[in-house]
Design a protein around this ligand. Structure first.
Ligand code: NAD
Ligand code: MG
Length: 389
């Protein structure tokens, strides 16, 4: 019996996580301690009742009473806001699924890491903004970092620790998103409703738009650097439109090992939740005859500047990755609100990165939060300046 907490249970990864918990034996195998969400109170309350959670938390202070009412008489504790998220993370779960979107997930995930919980990490922004500090916090407290992002989960599955000395490269696959074959002129006028429709995966809004701009892949390059301790030059990206090969590892003997599967996050989630065992999951199986072919193409950093920005952030070091992430998150919100165009998301990120090259490496997590706030402020200025112009 494992005690588990799911941060971000109402999102795409959160819902899939609860499905996987059900498939792995439900209450026979897992005791769910806390669930957290944000705006969708009916779903959060329904999930908490269905899995017998001890605590349900909404990140939104204003929705505290709505959640309280929805769970009245159930015996389930209720909390709200940032302190509520920390309360959830601090409960004694030995495994915490980090599935909040964005930097909002950093503080609670770090709190769970610091008390030694194993972290199943979907919330890649933790690694992009806090990087080494986050990895060190996990290691110091003795927990495991279990990658859930499909690419990193694939690498985790095929990278043998005792062969690390022979590791040459990591090849992250990218679907190329809905605009893989589009020109920049075509992309310039799209709205979030168009950008969010992913050809292969069904996911939350932020990551779907990030797949269209390839900012998601940019975050994943930085995520890979920290998870697998490789140099930026060892990280390659290859566009693979079918999303069947989830990523690959290349060794010094020329061998390349890959993990394949249907595009369904439940396989990666199940691997992380059952680790080191391999679970039985009711997910679609690959039909190679039906698939017939796998295609590959080099990524185009001119049409998708996010990839170039990720390399720039890694080369420059300091807090450039955190800055890129925070500026892009602000730019993404402005894009969704139709204040800026699709291509301008990269412009905002690049301008703020350029502005903040003087911010050296973070010594503490507080430094990360300060830098994140400043990058958001500057990105907000960029957006407002554009509106004024
Ligand atoms: P989502 O938008 O579907 O869900 C996000 C969750 O975070 C929800 O529970 C939401 O209530 C909560 N949340 C939102 N804002 C919050 C805030 N300010 N404070 C606290 N909680 C908040 O997102 P998702 O697609 O499930 O993605 C979650 C994370 O997993 C992201 O980091 C994403 O990059 C990563 N990821 C997702 C997928 C996928 O298939 N969806 C795949 C790989 C990695
Ligand atoms: Mg991914």
């Amino acid at each position: 019996m494992r005690k588990i907490t799911v941060l971000g249970s109402t999102g795409s990864i959160g819902v899939s996580t609860l499905d996987v918990i059900g498939q792995l034996g439900g209450r026979e195998a897992f005791e769910v301690l806390a669930l957290t969400g944000n705006g969708n109170i009916p779903l959060l309350a329904e999930q908490a009742i269905a899995c017998g959670a001890k605590l349900a938390v909404t990140a939104s202070e204003e929705l505290y009473s709505e959640l309280k009412d929805a769970l009245a008489g159930t015996g389930i504790q209720v909390a709200a806001g940032k302190s509520g998220l920390i309360e959830a993370a601090d409960m004694e779960a030995s495994l915490v699924m980090a599935a909040i979107v964005g930097t909002a997930g950093l503080a609670p995930t770090l709190a769970a890491a610091r008390r030694g919980a194993d972290i199943a990490l979907a919330n890649k922004e933790c690694l992009v903004s806090a990087g080494t500090l986050f990895v060190e916090a996990v290691e110091k407290a003795g927990g495991r970092l279990l990658p859930v992002d499909s690419e990193h989960n694939a690498i985790f599955q095929v990278l043998e620790e005792n062969q690390r000395h022979a590791l040459e490269r990591i090849v992250l696959t990218a679907s190329g998103g809905p605009f893989r074959t589009w020109t920049r002129e075509q992309m310039a006028g799209v709205t979030a409703a168009v950008a969010r429709v992913h050809p292969n995966w069904s996911m939350g809004l932020k990551i779907s738009v990030g797949s269209a701009s390839m900012f998601n892949k940019a975050l994943e390059m930085i995520e890979a650097k920290h998870l697998f301790r490789v140099a930026p030059e060892q990280i390659e990206v290859i566009v693979h439109p079918q999303s069947v090969i989830h990523s690959m590892v290349g060794y010094t003997d020329g061998s390349v090992l890959a993990q394949l599967g249907c595009p369904d996050m439940r396989t990666a989630i199940g691997y992380a939740l059952a680790y080191p065992a391999r679970p039985a999951l009711n997910v679609e199986r690959l039909d190679f005859a039906k698939l017939a072919r796998l295609d590959f193409e080099a990524p185009d950093e001119t049409r998708f500047p996010a990839l170039r920005l990720a390399r720039l952030a890694m080369t420059r070091g300091g807090q450039q990755s955190a800055i890129m992430n925070a500026a892009e998150e602000t730019a993404f919100e402005a894009f969704v609100e139709e204040k800026i165009g699709f291509l301008e998301m990269a412009d905002v990120a690049e301008a703020v990165m350029e502005d903040m090259t003087g911010w050296g490496a973070a010594a503490t997590v507080e430094d990360v939060f300060a830098c994140d706030a400043e990058a958001r402020r500057r990105a907000g200025e960029w957006v407002r300046g554009k509106r004024a112009a």
